[in-house]
Design a binder for this molecule. Structure first.
Ligand code: PEP
Ligand code: MN
Length: 362
């Protein structure tokens, strides 16, 4: 897959300005599609996106307008000259989208996680000898091999205009992001396939409007080749993903403030590895803070039951077993003891705050 030089994109290794794909999460009405598209096209964007078939978490939600919306996309193409893009999740979608003249298909995160569905799409593309661009979103779960596997299935179907979309990874519980970026995963993909274009989807990573600008800048700083941004003429009234959609005017503003640095020098691999380290460090901090939150919960329990903070014996066992595990993972016993004891000390400090009623409830 290393020889991919798609013609929609400049080569991933030499790209100058990022490609931008914009449009609503879902096509809702002809009026909404066309008025959004006109504004987007007036700002010089070349690729218009709109979901026609929407994979929804639960039944009963808006599942997309279906075939009818393809006609609206066709009108967008004729009237504005933009390329048109939509999500496909099965054979019927591929056939209908290609028939309607869709230029770019993307596989959604739920589809990429399902090799049967990806293979069905790949077989259909091969059968139709389709000359389209295909972008594969990362699977919902943080599994780089599954993502690469999906890309390979599409590549093996003869698609050479191929790219990846990083849209973050599902996680349980409430977080700053709707889907955790885990930047080290797309960076690893970049290291393995340097010429594969990678597009960032700040809308689905962030889940909220105010995160679109910082996430977009971060992606560009990391050398992503473009952005796919959910853009709607009236975001508050959107039928899906309202909280994360922005107006074409705001998109234009954000794109205008983006700083694109020309950092294509020989140190790029080193830079990528450093970014990978930064991402892992952020995760380490997130995990530590999760651990402290649980310790504070324990603090509340101990306060209610008048228990002492440190239960002698328990921590010696914990340290011994963790050091053994860490050694099996290739780390030194001394280092492990130091780190684990430091974590333990901070956990005790946080519990004492709770027990003395100085800490706030979570
Ligand atoms: C979308 O792009 O609207 C979409 C459904 O995305 P994802 O597959 O990333 O959830
Ligand atoms: Mn969406």
């Amino acid at each position: 897959m290393n020889d991919i030089i798609p013609d929609l994109f400049p080569s991933a290794e030499t790209s100058a300005s990022p490609i931008v794909i914009a449009g609503p999460c879902s096509a809702e009405t002809r009026e909404q599609v066309l008025s959004t598209a006109r504004e987007i096209a007036a700002n010089g964007i070349r690729v218009f996106r709109a979901g026609i078939w929407k994979p929804r978490t639960k039944p009963g939600g808006f599942e997309g307008v279906g075939r009818e919306g393809l006609e609206w996309l066709r009108e967008v193409k004729t009237e504005t000259g933009m390329l048109i893009a939509t999500e496909v999740a099965n054979r019927a979608h591929v056939i209908e989208a290609i028939e309607a003249g869709v230029d770019l298909l993307w596989l959604g995160a739920r589809t990429s996680a399902n090799p049967f569905a990806v293979q069905e799409i790949a077989d259909t593309l091969a059968e139709l000898k389709a000359d389209v661009t295909v972008l594969v979103k990362n699977p919902v779960n943080p599994d780089l091999e599954l993502w690469i596997g999906a890309l390979q299935r599409i590549y093996n179907a003869g698609i050479r205009k191929l790219g990846a979309i990083h849209r973050g990874f599902s996680t349980y519980g409430k977080h700053l992001y709707r889907n955790m970026p885990e930047w080290h995963i797309p960076i690893e993909l970049r290291l393995r396939y340097p010429s594969l274009p990678i597009i960032c989807d700040p809308s689905h990573i962030g889940g909220k409007r105010e995160l679109i600008a910082p996430l977009s800048q971060q992606a560009i700083d990391m050398g992503f080749n473009g952005l796919i941004v959910e853009t709607h003429c009236n975001p508050d009234c959107a039928w899906s993903d309202a909280a994360q959609q922005i107006t074409p005017e705001i998109l234009n503003f954000i794109l205008g403030t983006l700083v694109v640095r020309n950092s294509k020098q020989s140190t790029e691999s080193l830079q990528l590895l450093r970014q990978k380290i930064d991402g892992i460090d952020n995760e380490l901090l997130e995990i530590l803070s999760k651990r402290m939150a649980v310790c504070r919960e324990i603090g509340h329990y101990k306060r209610e039951h008048r228990m002492s903070v440190v239960q002698a014996g328990r921590y010696n066992d914990v340290i011994r077993s963790r050091v053994k595990l860490g050694e099996e993972m290739g780390m030194g016993a001394e280092f492990l003891r130091t780190v684990l004891l430091a974590i333990h000390d901070e956990s005790v400090r946080q519990q004492i705050e709770i027990i003395n009623d100085r800490g706030s409830r979570l």
